[in-house]
Design a protein around this ligand. Structure first.
Ligand code: ARG
Length: 441
C-alpha cells in the first residue's frame, strides 16, 4: 500500500521502487514506530479527532501487530511506516486510515529514531559500566605490578600495570559521561512538527511526549523534522569510544608479541593460522581496532549526508539509519568482546617487572635526587645524562655503579642515592595526585 498515490498518473518504476525503499533496514524501528503511533492516536483522541472506540480499535490493532510481526521477514512495503499502516488497515478496516491525521512520516521517523536510540543508549551504558568495573577490578589486582611506562614507545619511567589500566578507566568514564549527557538532547520529541510546519489539529504535544517518556518537545517544526544532530552526536561518542578501545587493543597486540611478552591472550579470544601451525593470533583485538575505522565511516557518512541539506526534510536523510544502526551494533559488540577478552588475558608480571629494570628508567629519579641535594634541575639533568652514558658504555644500570664512581660526577652524591633510585622506591616517591601510586577511584 502506497501512502501517496493520488496525484500520480503512472506507476513508480520498479527500479525506483527498489531504490526508494528503506524497509530492509528501518524494519528495526517497528516496535518504536508502533509505540509512537499508539501515543499519537491518544493525542488525536484528546484533540477530538478520534472517538474513544476508534482509539481503542487502533490501539488494539497496533498492539496485535507488535505481537504478531516477525521482523526477520522483510515485506514489500516502502518503509516501516507504510508497512504498519497497511497491516493496521487490513486488520481494523477504514479506521486505520485515520491514524496518520496530523502527522507526516517526517516527524514520525525522527521520533522513532530518537525512541530507538534512547533504548540503545541504556544498553550501551550498561556495557560501558561493565567494562569500567572490570578494569577497576583488574587494576586492584595489579596495583603493585611494576611495568615500564613509555613515551614515543621508548621506555620512559616505571609505572604499574594497575595504573596503566586506570588510564583507560579515565577514558571510558569520559565516554560514559558523554553518553549520559547526550540523553538530554536525544530524548526530545519531534512528533507534532508535521511535514515541516506543524498541524491544524489541536494535538497536545506535551501530553503525547509524556506518554512516550520524552523529557521535552522540539520547539521549531522545521528543525524538528530536519535535525539529525542526535545521530551525529551519538556516532561521535561511538567513534571516540572505539578509538579508546582501539588504542587499548593496539597495546594488547603489542604486549602479546614475543618481543614484549607481557601478556598472553586466552585461547578463547585468539585464532590460529591455516598454514602456520604454531600461530596464535590476537584476532579479537585486531578486529576491534579494524572496526574502529568502520564506526568513523558511519560518522563521516551522516556528517556528509547532512552538510548540504536545505531546510527542512530531504530524502537524503533516509541514509542516516544504516550508519546509526551499524555504529550501534559495532560499538555494542566491540564493548562486549573487549570486556570478555581483557578478563581472560594472562598477565606476565615477572616479564613486565624485568623490562622495567632495564632502560635507565630511574634516570629522572636520579636527577631529582641531585635536586634534593641543592643542584638546579637543569644541571642535575645534565649530570644524570652523563651518568647514563657512562653506565651504557659499561653495560651497567645506574645502581650498579659503585659510589666512588658516581661521586666523580658530583660530590653531593652519597650512599642514600641507591635508595632514591631503587625501582620500587621511585614509584612510591611519586607524590602528585594522579601518579601511579596515588589513590584513584
Ligand atoms: N523512509 C523515510 C526516511 O527514513 C521516512 C520519511 C519519508 N518522508 C518523506 N517525505 N518521503 O527518512
Amino acid at each position: 500500500m502506497k501512502l501517496w498515490g493520488g496525484r500520480f498518473k503512472s506507476e513508480t518504476d520498479k527500479l525506483m521502487e527498489e531504490f526508494n525503499s528503506s524497509i530492509s533496514f528501518d524494519i528495526r524501528l517497528l516496535k518504536h514506530d508502533i509505540l509512537g503511533s499508539i501515543a499519537h492516536a491518544k493525542g488525536l483522541y484528546k484533540a477530538g479527532v478520534l472517538t474513544e472506540d476508534e482509539l481503542n480499535l487502533i490501539e488494539k490493532g497496533l498492539k496485535e501487530i507488535l505481537d504478531e510481526t516477525n521482523v526477520g521477514e522483510i515485506p514489500n512495503d516502502e518503509d516501516v511506516h507504510s508497512y504498519v499502516e497497511r497491516l493496521l488497515t487490513e486488520k481494523i478496516g477504514d479506521v486505520g486510515r485515520k491514524l496518520h491525521t496530523g502527522r507526516s512520516r517526517n516527524d514520525q521517523v525522527a521520533t522513532d529514531e530518537r525512541l530507538y536510540l534512547r533504548d540503545e543508549i541504556d544498553k550501551i551504558k550498561e556495557d560501558l559500566i561493565k567494562l569500567i568495573d572490570t578494569l577497576k577490578e583488574m587494576a586492584e589486582t595489579y596495583k603493585k605490578a611494576i611495568m615500564p611506562g613509555y613515551t614515543h614507545l621508548q621506555r620512559a619511567q616505571p609505572v604499574t600495570f594497575g595504573h596503566h589500566l586506570l588510564a583507560y578507566v579515565e577514558m571510558f568514564k569520559r565516554d560514559l559521561s558523554r553518553l549520559e549527557d547526550m540523553v538530554k538532547r536525544v530524548n526530545v520529541m519531534p512528533l507534532g512538527s508535521g511535514a515541516l510546519a506543524g498541524t491544524t489539529f489541536d494535538i497536545d504535544r506535551k501530553y503525547v511526549a509524556s506518554l512516550l517518556g520524552f523529557d521535552d518537545i522540539t520547539l521549531n517544526s522545521m528543525d524538528g523534522v530536519s535535525d539529525r544532530d542526535f545521530v551525529i552526536e551519538f556516532l561521535s561518542f561511538a567513534s571516540i569510544t572505539m578509538m579508546h578501545l582501539s588504542r587499548f587493543c593496539e597495546e594488547l597486540i603489542l604486549w602479546s608479541t614475543k618481543e614484549f611478552d607481557f601478556i598472553e591472550m586466552d585461547d578463547r579470544f585468539s585464532t590460529g593460522s591455516s598454514m602456520m601451525p604454531q600461530k596464535k593470533n590476537p584476532d579479537a583485538a585486531e578486529l576491534i581496532r579494524g572496526k574502529t575505522g568502520r564506526v568513523y565511516g558511519d560518522l563521516i557518512t551522516i556528517l556528509t549526508v547532512m552538510k548540504g541539506l536545505s531546510l527542512a526534510y530531504n530524502k537524503d536523510m533516509q541514509e542516516d539509519k544504516e550508519a546509526l544502526f551499524d555504529g550501534i551494533d559495532t560499538l555494542k559488540m566491540s564493548l562486549k568482546v573487549f570486556t570478555e577478552m581483557i578478563k581472560t588475558i594472562k598477565v606476565k608480571t615477572d616479564n613486565m617487572e624485568k623490562a622495567a629494570k632495564y632502560g635507565y628508567m630511574n634516570a629522572t629519579d636520579f636527577a631529582d635526587y641531585l635536586v634534593s641535594k641543592g643542584i638546579p634541575f637543569r644541571t642535575a639533568h645534565e649530570i644524570a645524562g652523563k651518568v647514563v652514558l657512562y653506565a651504557i658504555e659499561r653495560n651497567l644500570a645506574i645502581e650498579d655503579l659503585p659510589l666512588n664512581e658516581l661521586k666523580k660526577f658530583s660530590d653531593v652524591i652519597d650512599e642514600d642515592v641507591y635508595e632514591a633510585i631503587d625501582l620500587k622506591n621511585t614509584l612510591k616517591k611519586k607524590k602528585t595526585i594522579g601518579a601511579p601510586t596515588s589513590i584513584q577511584s
